[in-house]
Design a protein around this ligand. Structure first.
Ligand code: ASP
Length: 593
């Protein structure tokens, strides 16, 4: 054995032992007579002491050590002298007195110090990701990620799931983002798509009779990247036959309970809260509510109508909404600070922000438009007390919800209202289809294979195809799982009847030809005895990010890409050899900029 133990494993029971340890030079302190090295490996850090009294050679060589040299040290494990213990580290009561030092490898001067990495620009860290990943906090994230994946695998195995791989070189899948394409050399002019999800294949596995499938699988979506997205990400993907919504929910709830118990010894109470999509939108303004604090959105249209404030009246009369939230304790804001809030609301899409301070009565330019009694009712509905600030948005429903939900989150943080912990929720009763104004057609809210609720099947099959109201009222057997304000997964019970699937494509204005071209192989499979089935996919990166308390999914992905989908370390994507392009029958034709 090159080494006896991990540095971080040394405890009092090792006292007096002569051991060999290996690792990286984390910190070095030269106190003239003695040299101290914090020696780091994956298991942690141990202080190594070089004293000329123990070994003049080792002490001499220790002068040459620099940050991140890789060394092997042998020597006696001793108790640290009283008063010099470091209770901040698990090995803090112990140290090694080194009698043999071997430098296994040197390191060039570092672009940044490992311990200061958190304050270094992310671009520099990502360029030297191998160094960034040496940070104990990041290593911890990957240890937890490993555990999470392992617990999930074991659990699904216990519940009778089979892990089956689906192809990476495949056809476009129905998740609605742009595909990453891979040219085919053997089929010139033809392309594979990298999977946006294994959706079609997992459904086909149900037709094949596997009954319970799962995969921890890479998926690819070529989207404009927002803060917590990556072009390639990992899903825990499941599909089951002979199930309904409650069965999928049960599988996942127990999985989450096991995950939190076995990683952090945290008990998550059952069952998770359930909200219909409509309730979630009404109360929180979005479909991924953070339930760790209140400040819910309240309806104000009925009260607004009893006043004479034109902006509110216009919004209500043109079919829009007037809603409000309580800026708890914010009546003390100055005019200038309220202007800043208004600007913030405008940056979220609002035309403006109306406000009323509750401060010895009601104080606001718009207060005069409402009878005192109505102002009181507004305050009552918002639970607003003296010292609070009532904030109103009047606009189209989408804008009202968008703006107020973002302000709610902002206030939750700013006013320190978020209670620590993990709050799960299921969002159910989603609309099956959503009207896309730009394209003038309906779109699947989840994807086109999602089943309508049982009570809507007849309506869908026989209803008037031009009745937008009826179509919008169809509900889906779809569900999202939300944790602390993040959507961490979603799925649905699928359509397994050919006539219903056909109708779905009609509603989506997908022609038979197009459907055949895109998903023909699934439609064919559905002809041959497809069982009722459904499933879900969880975003593993996001789940682990929330579990470890990281602020970005980049902190739980070993080699992430930037917002421009670029890997700074490997310099990917990159140009390729002309020969490779010729073999692929590809000509590059860049637009002029
Ligand atoms: N394929 C879906 C997704 O990736 C999940 C599912 O419906 O199972 O979001």
């Amino acid at each position: 054995m090159v080494r006896d133990k991990g540095c971080g494993e040394i405890r009092e029971s090792d006292r007096g032992q002569n051991l060999t340890l290996c690792g990286w030079v984390f910190r070095r302190r030269d106190h003239g007579g003695l040299i101290f090295i914090d020696l780091r490996d994956r298991s942690g850090v141990l202080q190594a002491v070089f004293s000329p009294d123990v070994s003049a050679d080792a002490h001499k060589l220790a002068h040459d050590l620099r940050s991140e040299f890789v060394i092997s040290v042998s020597g006696e494990i001793r108790q640290r002298p009283e008063g010099t213990e470091n209770s901040g580290m698990p090995t803090g009561a112990m140290e090694m007195y080194v009698n043999t030092l071997e430098i296994l490898n040197e390191s060039s001067p570092l672009p940044f110090m490992i311990e200061d990495a958190a304050d270094t620009s992310e671009a520099l860290r990502l360029k030297h990701r191998y160094l960034d990943l040496r940070r104990p906090e990041l290593q911890q994230n990957f240890i937890i990620r490993h555990k999470v994946a392992k617990i999930i695998r074991n659990y699904l195995d216990e519940r009778g799931f089979l892990e089956i791989e689906t192809p990476m070189l495949t056809k476009s899948t129905p998740e609605g983002a742009r595909d990453y394409l891979v040219p085919s050399r053997l089929n010139p002019g033809h392309f594979y798509a990298l999977p946006q999800s294994p959706q079609i294949f997992k459904q086909i596995l149900m037709v094949s009779g596997f009954e319970k499938y799962f995969q921890i699988v890479k998926c690819f979506r070529d989207e404009d990247l927002r803060a917590d997205r990556q072009p390639e990400f990992t899903q825990v993907d499941l599909e089951m036959s002979f199930v309904d919504v409650k069965d999928v929910i049960e599988i996942i709830e127990v999985m989450m309970i096991k995950l939190f118990k076995n990683t952090f010894d945290v008990d998550i109470p059952l069952p998770f809260e359930r909200l219909s999509y409509r309730d979630s939108m009404e109360r929180f303004g979005n479909d991924k509510p953070d339930l760790r604090f209140g400040l819910e959105l309240k309806e104000m249209a009925d009260l607004a109508e009893k006043g004479t404030f034109k902006v509110f009246l216009d919004a209500v009369r043109s079919g829009g909404r007037v809603k409000a939230i309580n800026g708890k304790g914010m009546a003390s804001l100055s005019r200038k600070e309220i202007d800043l809030l208004t600007e913030e609301a405008q940056s979220f899409g609002a035309k403006g922000l109306a406000w009323i301070k509750v401060k010895n009565g009601f104080e606001a330019p718009i207060a005069k438009f409402f009878p005192e009694e109505i102002l009181k009712q507004m305050a009552q509905r918002l639970d607003a007390e003296d010292g609070d600030l009532m904030l109103f948005v009047a606009d189209k429903e989408k804008v009202v919800h968008d703006v107020l939900s973002r302000m709610r989150l902002e206030f939750g943080k700013r006013l320190n209202l978020i209670t620590p912990g993990f709050r799960f929720a299921w969002i159910t009763d989603f609309p099956l289809l959503e009207w896309n104004d730009e394209e003038g057609r309906f779109e699947a809210m989840h994807h086109p294979f999602t089943s309508p609720m049982n009570e809507d099947v007849e309506k869908m099959l026989t209803g008037d195809m031009n009745d937008r109201g009826m179509i919008s009222s169809l509900k889906a057997k779809a569900y999202d799982i939300v944790l602390n304000g993040y959507e961490i997964g979603g799925g649905s019970i699928r359509i397994h009847r050919r006539d219903l699937q056909k109708k779905m494509f009609e509603l989506l204005r997908i022609s038979e030809e197009e459907a055949k071209m895109k998903f023909g192989f699934l439609l064919d499979a559905l002809e041959y005895g497809a069982p009722p089935h459904g499933g879900i996919a969880l975003g593993l990166d996001r789940l682990v990010m929330i579990m470890v308390g990281a602020s970005s999914i980049r902190d739980v992905i070993a080699f992430p890409k930037t917002q421009k989908a670029f890997c700074l370390m490997s310099g990917t994507p990159s140009a390729v050899e002309p020969k490779q392009l010729r073999e692929l029958s590809i000509k590059i034709d860049l637009p002029e900029v």
